[in-house]
Ligand binder design. Structure first.
Ligand SMILES: C=CC1=C(C)c2cc3[nH]c(cc4nc(cc5[nH]c(cc1n2)c(C)c5CCC(=O)O)C(CCC(=O)O)=C4C)c(C)c3C=C
Ligand SMILES: [Fe+2]
Ligand SMILES: [Fe+2]
Length: 340
């Protein structure tokens, strides 16, 4: 006999009358652009075994003995270059994305935001949503491309909170959306608009993604493949005559081999080969942050112009732009199906 689900009357009320929450999550950032705050943030971030996949017994002495005594000062200086009146760009933009999504989804859903490292923490905001009556929560890591170091560690952190609760809320997680039509539509609209508005026609459009150790690819992390799929699908939509598209990986950290080609090396090579006009888009970042505003818009520009380039543009991320929020809303509504 085949199994038949029990039929419910058409007007059957939701099985659970509690509220629905959405928690937007991004990587994290220090509370202030000073050495002490950056040190606290980096200690948490770089102690995550999903981020640095070296046995902690070997890694912690290097982290505490060397890295946390040198890097925070340098990074604090970089954060000072991009810090805004509203604080860290990454946190300020994520907050604006949450506010815009709240308006779009209306009263039936409570929208909040959190940072994986630093504040506001995932634990703090999950508990706040629960206290506000949310029995179902969509956890939405805003990373288009999946990686253990980003998407998975957000789920790990949320599970730590659930583990501690007698009466858990029900969680869904937003899947990676590297090839989702809503993501590609948003990037196509936003990047086309930005490219059209440039005072020069780029010969090269660089699609620069955050890097990862090469080893993670060999261990089966889909991140590298997701980045290349995004780049291919986006290239098919925004390619134009006279503009070549190249895909690179930025923000290399530590001595291990990272995914290649590296953004900084490629910038030098392009200039050496005679490229004069370069635009860089960073489609893997859903919000502008230190890595886009300092590393590319400031350092990358200086590097390209010093190497002989004449025009450089760092294009902005989707942030809380209309196309960006159309995407976040579409992704959220898809995952909230049956809940709202
Ligand atoms: C082993 C080190 C790192 C891995 C792996 C890594 C992966 C990774 N990171 C992002 C997104 C962001 N990273 C940002 C900053 C940042 N990243 C690392 C190191 C690794 N990232 C460091 C040490 C820092 C801090 C700044 C510095 O000291 O250079 C940020 C910006 C944060 C901000 O406050 O603005 C983002 C965003 C992804 C997507 C990713 C893997 C796919
Ligand atoms: Fe990073
Ligand atoms: Fe960086």
């Amino acid at each position: 006999m085949t199994w038949q689900p029990q039929s419910l009357p058409a007007d059957h009320p939701p099985a659970n009358s509690g509220k629905v929450g959405v928690l937007l999550v991004n990587l994290g950032t220090p509370d202030a652009p000073d050495t002490k705050s950056v040190k606290r943030y980096l200690a948490e971030f770089l102690s995550d075994k999903r981020v640095v996949e070296i046995p902690q017994i070997a890694w912690q002495p290097i982290l505490r003995g060397i890295i946390l005594n040198t890097r925070p000062k340098k990074s604090a200086h970089a954060y000072q270059q991009v810090w805004s009146e509203d604080g860290s760009p990454l946190a300020a933009i994520t907050r604006r994305q949450a506010e815009a999504l709240q308006v779009r989804l209306g009263e039936q859903v409570l929208v909040d935001w959190a940072m994986r490292y630093g504040n506001p923490s995932i634990d703090n905001r999950l508990r706040a949503l629960k206290d506000a009556g949310c029995e179902r929560i969509l956890l939405a890591p805003l990373y288009p491309q999946y990686s253990g170091a980003t998407t998975a560690t957000v789920a790990d952190k949320a599970a730590d909170t659930l583990r501690d609760l007698r009466w858990q809320m029900t969680l869904r997680t937003l899947p990676p959306y590297h090839d989702h039509p809503a993501y590609l539509d948003a990037l196509e609209a936003d990047l086309t608009h930005q490219l059209d508005a440039l005072p020069f026609a780029p010969e090269v459009l660089m699609l620069s993604f955050h890097g990862m150790p090469q080893r993670t690819l060999e261990l089966g992390d889909p991140y590298h493949c997701h980045c290349h799929k995004t780049a291919r699908l986006l290239g098919e939509r925004i390619g134009r005559d006279g503009m070549r598209i190249v895909t690179t990986f930025q923000s290399r950290f530590g001595p291990a081999k990272w995914l290649e080609p590296a953004t900084d090396t490629t910038i030098d090579e392009l200039a050496a080969q005679g490229t004069k006009r370069l635009a860089v888009a960073m489609p893997g970042f859903s919000a502008d942050c230190l890595e886009t505003l300092e590393e590319i818009a400031i350092q990358g520009k200086e590097q390209f112009l010093d190497a002989g380039g004449s025009d450089f543009a760092a294009l902005t991320c989707l942030n809380d732009s209309a196309p960006g929020m159309d995407m976040v809303e579409a992704l959220a509504r898809q995952e909230l199906s049956g809940w709202i």
